[in-house]
Design a protein around this ligand. Structure first.
Ligand SMILES: Cc1cc2nc3c(=O)[nH]c(=O)nc-3n(C[C@H](O)[C@H](O)[C@H](O)COP(=O)(O)OP(=O)(O)OC[C@H]3O[C@@H](n4cnc5c(N)ncnc54)[C@H](O)[C@@H]3O)c2cc1C
Length: 425
């Protein structure tokens, strides 16, 4: 089987890449394979589906902001029900975090990003369930620091990641793209550029390139292979000596549904939706997401240092992570969680960039890798798909949705040029 372009991975990045490759190359065959049974069933299915646009670096801001506009376009203009809800993103900060982030916040405001701050009294008024400064003996023993301020970012919200994957797949299929599920790429095929037909090829002195993949359904030869296999990309790329600059790390989500949480869920005044924004409690290394369609609240653990790296096929929440761990600090700030237990839970893996936490889109002979998104794959998906299409076309610049441009090589490896993000919680 020969295809002009083979995309390995039907997550949000593989599908976004496939869509933009097919859109800009209507005469080429674009073929997506995934080892699972449908679109977006890998890490994309496990994610919280949050989109955001705040960043102190111009490049990250374009990647996110243009993708947010694209998500609205898919939802509002192209009629895909992404369950998009623009409820904003709120960080609850202690004194030290507040001091550290004042500079980055004013930088983002100067860049024209809709970021505002709330003081402690305002937060207590808008989120009556929140105890900003728990002062009982246990809280002191636990070293909980009072929340002194909130940073709120307005052009942020959530989508249903599953619906997003299906909408990208539908747009791709509409253009004549092809997908094959339950199809595993076992290894990439490496061949010499000029084959001599001698046993033992490729020799070290030959120029080599990737010419497709051996899959569970046979060999797929391809002009260009896109590796968008998420955290599992290393299984295909380590054997050919290509470094993704990424390591996998698990994160868990717990789901709560209880009338005790209705007041918290319906916090007023942050957005026209009158729900609690996506809320990151820095001191508890935890975030909350209201899932309006189910009336539930999702709680994610956002720890980092101390949590192991390591690739897993079926990650599970660590035993006791909620009830023996997060719970003790959470109830001090949000007593409405008292005695509540999750009704559902799961874990997924993030592909954490080892240095600058910014995605990688990098070509090598016959292939392009896209990934290493460090928990931002959904919120940068459209711009990254367009970057893959620009590299395929041999273009130096990427035109993001809405017309802003950036250098494709800035996200690469050889000529990588990425500023360090200053807004870090
Ligand atoms: C708990 C959690 C919460 C998150 N929350 C957010 C969030 O709110 N916002 C956000 O932007 N990001 C979030 N993320 C990150 C987000 O999930 C990822 O950045 C994004 O899904 C990456 O997309 P992907 O297409 O690279 O990977 P995936 O969705 O994992 O897609 C890769 C696909 O490749 C397939 N595959 C792998 N190996 C092979 C092979 N050999 N052959 C064939 N197919 C293969 C897999 O089956 C998979 O479907 C979160 C992640 C986690 C774990």
């Amino acid at each position: 089987m020969f295809r002009d372009i083979l995309v390995i991975g039907a997550g949000v990045l593989g599908l976004s890449s496939a869509l933009h490759l097919k859109r800009t190359n209507p005469d080429k065959d674009v073929f997506v394979v995934d080892r699972l049974g449908g679109p977006g069933q890998g890490s994309t299915a496990k994610c919280a589906g949050i989109y955001l646009n705040h960043s102190t670096t111009e490049l990250n801001h374009i990647l996110m902001d243009s993708t947010v506009d694209w998500l609205h376009h898919l939802h509002d203009d192209l009629g895909h029900d992404l369950k998009l809800a623009q409820h904003g993103y709120l960080y609850l900060l202690d004194e030290e975090e507040d001091r550290k982030l004042r500079g980055p916040v004013s930088k983002m405001q100067d860049m024209g990003i809709d970021v505002r701050t709330y003081d402690r009294e305002e937060l207590e008024h808008m989120i009556p369930d929140l105890i900003t400064a728990p002062d009982d003996e246990d809280s002191q023993l636990m070293g909980l620091k009072p929340i002194v301020s909130g940073v709120f970012s307005g052009k942020c919200g959530g989508v249903d990641a599953d619906a997003l994957s299906r909408s990208l797949e539908a747009e791709f299929l509409k253009l004549g793209g092809e997908v094959s599920y339950n199809t595993t790429a076992d290894r990439l095929i490496v061949k010499p550029e000029m084959e001599l037909g001698i046993p033992g090829e490729p020799f070290v002195w030959q120029d080599i390139h990737i010419t497709g993949a051996e899959t569970s359904r046979g060999t797929v030869e391809a002009g260009t292979t896109i590796v968008a296999a998420g955290v599992w990309s290393e299984r295909l790329l380590d054997p050919i000596g290509f470094d993704t600059l990424m390591r996998p790390k698990s994160r868990a989500i717990f789901v709560f549904k209880d009338p005790m949480l209705d007041g918290l869920r319906d916090a007023e005044g942050f957005s026209s939706l009158n729900v609690l924004p996506f809320t990151h409690i820095a001191g508890v290394k935890t975030y909350l997401k209201v899932e309006q369609t189910e009336g539930s609240i999702w709680l994610g653990c956002a720890d980092d240092f101390g949590r192991r790296y390591g690739l897993e096929d079926d990650p599970q929440p660590e035993r006791g992570l909620y009830s023996n761990n997060i719970y003790h600090a959470l109830v001090k700030h949000l007593p409405c969680f008292e005695n509540l237990r999750p009704v559902n839970m799961w874990a997924g893996q993030r592909s954490v960039h080892r240095v600058d936490k910014t995605p990688v889109v990098a070509p090598a002979p016959g292939m392009i890798y896209v990934g290493s998104t460090t928990g931002n794959g959904v919120t940068k998906s459209d711009a990254l798909g367009r970057t893959v299409a620009a590299l395929y076309a041999g273009e130096d610049e990427v035109e993001a949705y809405g017309g802003r441009r950036f250098r494709a090589s800035d996200l690469g490896i050889e000529h990588r040029r990425v500023e360090i993000e200053e807004f870090k919680v």
